[in-house]
Write a protein that binds this ligand. Sequence first.
Ligand SMILES: [Zn+2]
Length: 268
Amino acid sequence: MRRRQMLIASGTVVAATATGVMSQPSGDNALLTVAREPGSATESSTATETILSGTVHETTVFERDAPRDGPTAMIFGGVHGDERTGIEVARDTTEWYPDAGTLVVVPETNRIAVDENTREGPEGDLNRHFPAGKEPVSDLARGIWDAVERYDPDVVLDLHRSLGIAGVHQQYVGQAVYHSSDSYGDELASYLNDVAVPWYMPLHRISARRTHSGGPLLFQKAIRDLDATGYLFETTDFMLDRDTRNEHTRLAAAKTLALHGLLEVGNN
Ligand SMILES: [Zn+2]
């Protein structure tokens, strides 16, 4: 009920200022169209692989090669099984066509947790199972990491959702791009603020935050052990409906691919 009232309240602001100089975010249909349409990538080849086959963790990896050489990017959804935004957007990206390089997607990384709609699954928090320079600490994490090592991605993007907003709500991490030092984290955040975050929701502006190197998160291990450029994107449940969360996350995924040259856009 509370959320509904807040959404109505912000709708009222829009109505009151619609004739003013408000800069309404337009989304970015051009970028998403480039991602979704085969375009020059009609000769792309697709493959799927089942990893952790025959185990309770069995899950599918989707790979699409563009006709032109370029970097390999890996997108993960469902590391936390109750964060549906990341799962849904990762599934979307399995239908995208890179113009260069290779796009590898694991939409349901923590398969049991996704099926049960829980954060962790039976082995605990998967995103704490990837210590630097050491073996992953669970069967699931080992299986996922084996696949990461085989694809040897240049870019890793892990999609998440928090209850609150980083820097606004203590202990929450939403509306933020966590990134390695060699990344386009600042560009990605400012792009999302331009195209996706309305001016009347200043708390929802997306911040770019350099990741610390000591953590046991999947993207941190890819940064350290494989020298990948890493991103972890967090949207939030707070005052954002599902479609909006998904749109923020979808644009984050598309822009990351564009910034790294997998999608060819006029002026990215
Ligand atoms: Zn998460």
